[in-house]
Design a protein around this ligand. Structure first.
Ligand code: SAM
Length: 243
């Protein structure tokens, strides 16, 4: 998959692209990432990428021309991709959307800075607006990275055989069951007995029930969810067996 990221701070993304799963995805040829800097598409002596907002107000706004010229160059060089502008005002990113993006051949991610990007960029590029959550970052780089990483790990061949994305949080509408590794007891807290039993049927039932219970608790903490996920039996199993 091709991913182009437009950013005023390419080094933030480059550092992450050179580590761990993203590095492996690139080495395996599953991810072909290129970084572009809109500042390279300015024409004035000061390489200006921002200006004061029309209508007044604090801060600066990213000028449309360097961003659009940069995106056009990226698409001309690499082909027509699905253009996504990162903004807290966008549609919220989800695992389902990560799966949808993973089926694309080419994504072009546009990172804002300052008070954001001139709105005409979205219209001119026919872009969609995407948010990684209801909070405000100082720039789109971390948001773009969240998207690239969530998508890259879904690409065929990126994760090892032993690592599955199928059972993970949000794949089935539930968050994942809690995980444990050695030692069997840590600071007086034992691993749930069922996980040491070797009984795969019981383990499967416990994991499913724990996922249901964890999802319910999370919904409750967020003030959501009169509707309880899972069957009554699963809710009972989770409550009986802990944690
Ligand atoms: N003034 C904007 C607002 O109130 O919506 C916030 C601009 S923010 C300081 C600068 C840039 O960070 C945005 O243009 C966007 O690219 C990025 N950004 C911040 N929070 C984000 C989020 N939750 N999701 C996606 N991008 C975000």
């Amino acid at each position: 998959m091709k991913v182009d990221v437009l950013t005023l701070f390419p080094s933030i993304l480059q550092a992450a692209l050179d580590e761990s799963i993203l590095r492996i995805a690139r080495e395996k040829g599953a991810l072909d990432a290129v970084l572009w800097n809109p500042r390279d598409f300015t024409s004035d002596r000061h390489r200006t990428v921002d200006d004061r907002p029309y209508g007044g107000g604090p801060g600066m706004v990213m000028k449309p021309d360097p961003v659009v010229l940069c995106a056009e160059k990226a698409r001309e060089t690499r082909g027509p991709g699905r253009v996504i502008v990162l903004t807290p005002a966008g549609r919220r990113f989800t695992q389902a959307l990560a799966r949808e993006y993973a089926r694309e051949e080419h994504l072009v991610l546009v990172c804002g800075r300052y008070e954001g990007i001139d709105q005409r960029v979205v219209e001119v590029l026919g872009a969609e607006e995407l948010s990684v959550g209801d909070f405000v970052l100082s720039g789109g780089e971390i948001a773009a990275l969240a998207v690239v990483e969530a998508v890259a790990r879904l690409l065929p061949g990126v994760l090892g055989d032993g690592e599955s994305t199928v059972e993970e949080s949000h794949e089935s509408g539930l968050v994942e069951y809690p995980q444990y590794t050695r030692p069997p007891e840590f600071r007086g807290r034992a691993v749930p007995e069922v996980l040491l039993s070797g009984d795969h049927g019981r383990i499967r039932d416990w994991r499913r029930a724990s996922a249901v219970e964890r999802t319910r608790r999370r919904d409750e903490a967020e003030g959501r969810g009169a509707e309880r996920p899972g069957t009554e039996q699963e809710q009972r199993t989770a409550q009986e067996e802990g944690p």
